[in-house]
Design a binder for this molecule. Structure first.
Ligand code: ZN
Length: 387
């Protein structure tokens, strides 16, 4: 075996041996609820399908349950439940590939049986519709995290988008008393408090209120790419102290601050052609691929290299340690990812990059999934956690 062949097999071996967890994938709300089936080959149409997930080595996928703020009271909670129904139906049709799990112990059994474990996280506190009993219901259906806000604030927590604009809810920022009750109820249930999307004041209030390690399911480091969705260094250090974990998002715009201007310039230059393709029904990722293929030289360096993502992992490790970082791709919720990371089959390239940067196999296993599992176990209700 040549040197290159042995290198390639060793990164694949390290990758396959680790439990791979991704804490945020939008395929359920963005693709499945639009009528496509992730049991079929969706190459070119979506980032995610079951075959490509398996190829990428996925062991535990957290599927985001999501609707935006236009689904108001009376609709949002029902819609969340419909998405869980849909995932359950997919699992029932594919018992040899996918299984819902409720505990870390169940997850380990499913992974041992060579299947993908499926978990849900609700992205946006508005889906709870201001009722603690709705949290209980979602937990009973297997939901294991709630992102306190999406881009919209709730009546009890301010979002990053609103805090940045100088607004919040009813002129307030952070968590109000009910918001703190939500966090305490989640702690009691064993539902992880997810602080992606929340405003900075909400972040600090939640950290002060939570008695358990928290989750940041899909955000990056603001020091490398200033964006309201990313965490500043003080927040990253606080997650380390709290014992929680930050899962890096693969979105080019959160990784590389110059990406937005590059893509805008490219779109402006080829505006007419893009419109023509759009009129012919070429949309989404297909449209992107087609137009990039027509201009290979121009499009080559629009998306950042994988190094951009690895730099965010390095930064978090430097500030908080290797126990506090993981992966939360946001696949099927993002329009662009680093070159090479074009879909869910590409996770092994991250393992390869981490090995090349000198990470130990043990450290890589933590990043790929061990850290999330530790935080999940720490959130399990007392007497429930299994070794
Ligand atoms: Zn999101």
């Amino acid at each position: 075996m040549g040197f290159l062949a042995s290198c390639s097999s060793s990164y694949q071996a390290v990758h396959q041996k680790a439990i791979l967890v991704d804490t945020h994938n939008d395929v359920l709300s963005q693709v499945v609820m639009e009528g496509q089936s992730m049991e079929q080959d969706l190459t070119g149409k979506a980032h995610t399908d079951l075959v490509r997930m398996k190829k990428g080595g996925m062991d535990l996928q957290v599927f985001a349950v999501f609707c935006d703020e236009t689904f108001g009271p009376g609709r949002a909670f029902n819609f969340a439940n419909q998405q869980i129904d849909t995932l359950e139906a997919i699992v029932r049709r594919n018992p040899d590939k996918l299984q819902m799990v409720f505990t870390p112990a169940q997850m380990r059994e499913v992974v041992k049986a060579n299947k993908i474990a499926a978990l849900t996280g609700v992205e946006g506190g508005h889906m709870v519709e201001d009722k603690l009993e709705n949290l209980d219901h979602l937990y009973s259906r297997g939901v294991r995290y709630l992102t306190l806000t999406w881009n919209n604030s709730t009546s009890w927590a301010s979002s990053a988008a609103d805090e940045t604009k100088g607004s919040g809810f009813n002129g307030k920022k952070g968590l109000n008393d009910f918001g703190k009750q939500v966090v305490r109820r989640m702690n009691n249930l064993g539902m992880l408090v997810d602080l992606s999307h929340v405003g900075e004041q909400t972040f600090w209030d939640a950290i002060a209120t939570s008695t358990k390690p928290v989750l940041v399911s899909h955000s990056c480091a603001a020091a490398l790419c200033p964006h309201p969705r990313n965490l500043n260094d003080e927040q990253i250090k606080a997650i380390g102290k709290n014992g929680g974990v930050i899962h890096v998002n693969f979105f080019s715009e959160f990784l590389d601050s110059a990406y937005t201007s590059r893509i805008k310039a490219f779109i402006a230059k080829h505006d007419l052609e893009i419109k023509e393709l759009n009129d012919k029904g070429v949309k989404g990722m297909d449209l992107r691929k087609t137009i990039f293929q027509r201009y290979p030289e121009e499009s080559k360096n629009i998306e950042p290299p994988i190094d951009a993502l690895l730099n965010h992992i390095d930064h978090i490790v430097k500030l908080a340690g290797v126990d506090h970082v993981g992966l939360g791709s946001d696949y099927d919720g993002i329009s662009s990812a680093p070159i090479g990371l074009h879909d869910v089959s590409t996770y092994p390239l991250i393992t390869k990059g981490l090995l090349e940067r000198g990470y130990s196999k043990k450290g890589i296993a933590k990043i790929l999934g061990g850290n999330f599992i530790r935080v999940w176990e720490a959130n399990e209700p007392k007497g429930m956690a299994k070794k």
